[in-house]
Design a protein around this ligand. Sequence first.
Ligand SMILES: *[C@@H]1O[C@H](CO)[C@@H](O)[C@H](O)[C@H]1NC(C)=O
Ligand SMILES: *[C@@H]1O[C@H](CO)[C@@H](O)[C@H](O)[C@H]1NC(C)=O
Length: 558
Amino acid sequence: MKMAHFLKTLCFIPLFFTYYGFTQSIAFGKSDGILKNPNQPYKGGWELTSQNSGVSAMHMFIFPITNKAIMFDSDTFGPSQIQLLSHDCYDEPDCWAHAVEYDIHTAAVRPLKISMDTWSSSGGLSANGTLVHSGGWINGGTSVRYLSGCSTCHWEEYPSALSAPRWFSAQQILPDGSFIVVGGRQMFNYEYIPTEGNFNVDNFKLPFLRETTDPYENNLYPFVFLSTDGNLFIFANHRSILLNPTTNKIVRHFPILTGGPRNHPSSAMAALLPIKVHDSNPNRIRAEVLICGGAKPCASRLAEKGIFINALQDCGRVEITNPNPTWQKEMMPTPRIMGDMLVLPTGDVLMINGAKKGVSGWNYADDPNLTPVLYQPESPKTQRFTELMSTTIPRMYCSTAALLPDGKVLVAGSNTNYYYKFNGVKYPTELRVEKFYPPYFDPLLDTDRPSIMSNTEGKKVKHGQNVEVKFELKRTNINESNVRVTMYSPPFTTHGFSMGQRLLVLGISRLSNVGSEIFRVDVLAPPTAEIAPPGYYLLFVVYCGLPSEGIWIQIASN
Ligand SMILES: *[C@@H]1O[C@H](CO)[C@@H](O)[C@H](O)[C@H]1NC(C)=O
Ligand SMILES: *[C@@H]1O[C@H](CO)[C@@H](O)[C@H](O)[C@H]1NC(C)=O
């Protein structure tokens, strides 16, 4: 069953038959490896790209255009494995760096100074490509920081921009390009990040956050997503609401998601599923949320005693634009807590990192889940999950993952100890960085990959505008139904939650053959800022499930 489905999504059969136009036996020649081993389709691969990133990547973010990764944890975690440059450490108790800029091609690192503590903070990509970053611990709680992706950039920091300290809060960009920051420890409220240099004196109460806390505070890092109608879906513990950020009123309550708490420290994974922007009527564009894993209600209490029970194995999927929403349950192949959920350029969802037992926190989990899982949201319900190639490196508490412009996935971090510990502990602080190659990197399909040739890198487009993308593909003709153009907004990732992650599947208005093995696809940019907030997106052409490398485009502010 699973194999048949893999073939279908990659549309092997029409692909080899229409292109080669040979007889059946010859056409099968090229895909030999796959078709002869129906039980062993390509399940992805792993590459160790760095032995030492200097700091453990509790938070990770990829900058648009420069494609630099930034990785950081907290400057209260003692010595790291990389020092600040001397001119940055004059006012530091020690000279250890806790943030680095990481080159995704060479693995070179550049230390960055942190002034106000960034432990368990939140962030998001702004309309102009800057990382806007909020909260943290102690003196960092009310901070807002700005960082650009240039080779000499450092944080600009505003230590008292927020009205309340935000530790374990969630941040989301809004249609007007501003940001909301929701919750934090003992913060049953939210606020909008003030413009740079200004500060908030007050915030908006959100009793829902008080109602959903419990003795283990299982509503931290609430899952916040901007729906296609401009409302915010906020999920905390096992309940969820839709909040109108213009009127600050709750407009919908969702049914309870049963099974156990889903937010930190019972850290499930959550993502907005790909949004199909095919309809010219924005009111008909649906949005769905998927939440997987988490912990049983008693798991935190048992973890304190050193007893680690199985994490949750179920997922809940809900259409947040439906006025009568219900949760549809599904089962993952294995239990998972503290995993990362990334939406791939194809529209499939990757579940990676984390553990099978316990909860989030220092030494509160065991049995690393080394096997990523692919979830195909458009497949029939019984055929959505596929286990992929396992890694050998445990990625426990505070590990991260990020989609790269070439479609690979950067995997870093894991530190389940206070301070960095490399000896005498079951799960040492992890500074190795890997890249995961999703199944669309099947070496047998390399020549079938589309390659974008338009010189549109960094191009600004307006909502609803026609965008023309030229690409190369070794075909004489292609069927439009096998082509997909997608746009990905890079998230800020920490504690298993990728804030601001969004994949849009664009409507194709025209596909034409404009040269030898050269095609032009015309797509419509998303119609509204509710559907696509302003900022940089990676645009991919996907042919038969094989994505091109992405190019950056910028959706202009209205
Ligand atoms: C970029 O956007 C941020 C956040 O809105 C703003 O504070 C900053 O001034 C902008 N930078 C430039 C160069 O316009
Ligand atoms: C393109 O693919 C669709 C869906 O598989 C099929 O219905 C249609 O006939 C194909 N068109 C051509 C011209 O082959």
